[in-house]
Design a binder for this molecule. Structure first.
Ligand code: UD1
Length: 447
């Protein structure tokens, strides 16, 4: 049935094409910021809504470009996606007309591949493009495809597209991933909820966003449970129902603002912060000598008078509950201000340290050892520079560096940051930052 609602609140996120951040740094940031809903949870929840023809309603959805792209992609295949007010999305996928996810959608966002599992499970077929996303290493999708094949799907790869079919229903299976994969786990979960029989997923990613998705699937009537920390079991059902869900808070956004407080020597309070999901990160901050207070949903970082006491510490990223790879780059900004040499080991992605070259252009003393290792020696006073954002998380970290730096910075590639952070410049402005977003070509760059 087509949507009968009388209105559709047409959301236009901040313009994203070819913009620049211009930041005058060196001012302590102080005040409170509300943490938005999690990007990495919201995108999968929207995908999960196509497991049922009934309406699903999501609140606390971040107003970001990736969510807008996911909503457009769903609309393109015939799903009704309403956005009745800010941060609320409603999805009804009674009529899915096109079981086809084109390159145009996939190239914008890797999470478009999250449509493979649910479309296959509910409609028995889909043609889906190889996904795009951040420029951080190869980022293949072989493990998603292997999982679907293990669940009984037939999948061929031709000309950049996966042609997937599930003759009859998918069948429950024992899935063994060779490494921990977040979206691989989530795609398998979504597919297994409508498969025939029992599925065991091991090792299942333990990221909080995976459990947020799991909770939503339970509300939809799915028989799914985390039976051990690294194991999820699913008993497939014939159909699921619509449900409402509030997206959990974004731990990566929270971590980014925590660093802003620390490196600008200010005092930042985060509201609706997911304290429980930031343990490994808080531990890094504390080892570096940053004062952090966490109380349920409030986090306070006091960086005043701290520049002398920051000390180097080694960090290593890992799947949850380890230090999130998405928080590696903000942590590196902090380490550039700490006394001594810190070793950085990025274990999850290759090439996720490349952005450190840009941090170096702002005066940080960084040494890239190989694709997975770097050293940062501090403290070095950062200075304004013209730098370019290559991916989402590195982009937010260059903003942090520019806020801490003396002088004015010009940061190219602002659209990468809008993919994943709601109103990031507005939030920094509220904390007293001097940050503006201007169209490319309208600024003279700093020396
Ligand atoms: C998700 C997050 C991303 C985060 C990452 C790790 C979303 C939208 N993105 O990405 O922000 O940085 O988890 O926490 O939720 N791999 C394969 N084959 C596959 C899939 C993954 O080899 O089919 C490899 C990857 O290249 C990487 C590792 O597995 O080296 C982990 O990646 P994965 O956990 O799958 O990351 P994403 O789910 O893509």
């Amino acid at each position: 049935m087509a949507d009968a609602r009388p209105f559709h609140w047409e959301f236009r996120p901040e313009p994203v094409a070819r913009e620049i951040f211009r930041i005058e740094g060196g001012r302590p940031l102080s005040g409170s910021v509300r943490v938005s809903g999690s990007k990495n949870a919201a995108l999968k929840l929207l995908a999960a809504a196509i497991l049922t023809g009934e309406r699903c309603r999501f609140s606390n959805v971040p107003e970001i470009e990736d969510v807008r792209v996911m909503a457009e992609t769903l609309r393109d295949i015939g799903v009704v996606v309403d956005h009745p007010e800010k941060n609320i999305y409603e999805v009804a996928s009674g009529d899915v007309e096109w079981l086809f996810v084109p390159l145009e959608a996939a190239a914008k966002m890797r999470a478009s591949f999250m449509l493979l599992g649910p479309l296959l499970a509910r409609f028995g077929r889909v043609i889906i493009s190889n996904p795009g996303g951040d420029r951080i290493g190869r980022r293949p999708v072989n493990l998603h495809v292997d999982a679907m094949r293990a669940l009984g799907a037939e999948i061929e790869y031709r000309n950049g597209y996966y042609f997937a079919r599930a003759p009859g229903r998918l069948r429950g299976a024992e899935l063994r991933f060779p490494i921990v994969t977040v979206m691989g786990t989530e795609n398998a979960m979504l597919a297994a909820t409508l498969a025939d029989g029992h599925t065991v997923i091991r090792p299942a990613a333990q990221e909080p966003e995976v459990d947020d998705l799991l909770g939503f699937l339970q509300k939809m009537g799915a028989e799914i449970e985390r039976t051990y920390p690294d194991t999820i079991e699913v008993e497939g059902r014939k159909r699921l129902r619509g449900a409402d869900h509030r997206v959990l808070s974004d731990r990566i956004e929270a971590g980014t603002f925590m660093i802003a407080g620390a490196v600008t020597g200010g005092r930042v309070t985060l509201e609706e912060a997911p304290c429980d999901h930031l343990e490994a990160f808080v531990e890094v901050l504390q080892r570096a000598g940053v004062e952090v207070a966490c109380d349920h949903t409030i986090i306070e970082v006091d960086g005043r008078g701290m520049d002398e006491s920051l000390r180097a510490c080694d960090i290593e990223t890992a799947p949850y509950p380890g230090l999130a790879t998405d928080l590696q780059s903000p942590a590196c900004v902090l380490l550039s201000q700490a006394r001594g040499t810190s070793r950085v080991h990025e274990t999850v992605f290759e090439d996720r340290l490349e952005w450190l070259a840009e941090l170096g252009r702002m005066g940080a003393n960084v040494r890239l050892i190989d694709d997975h290792h770097a050293e940062i020696t501090g403290p070095r006073r950062l200075h304004g520079a013209e730098v370019e954002i290559g991916d989402l998380r590195a982009g937010a970290s260059l903003i942090l560096a520019a806020l801490a730096a003396k002088g004015t910075s010009t940061i190219l590639g602002a659209h990468h940051v809008h993919r994943g952070y709601e109103n990031i410049d507005g939030k920094f402005l509220e904390l007293g930052a001097r940050i503006e977003r201007v169209a490319e070509g309208t600024v003279t760059t700093s020396p």
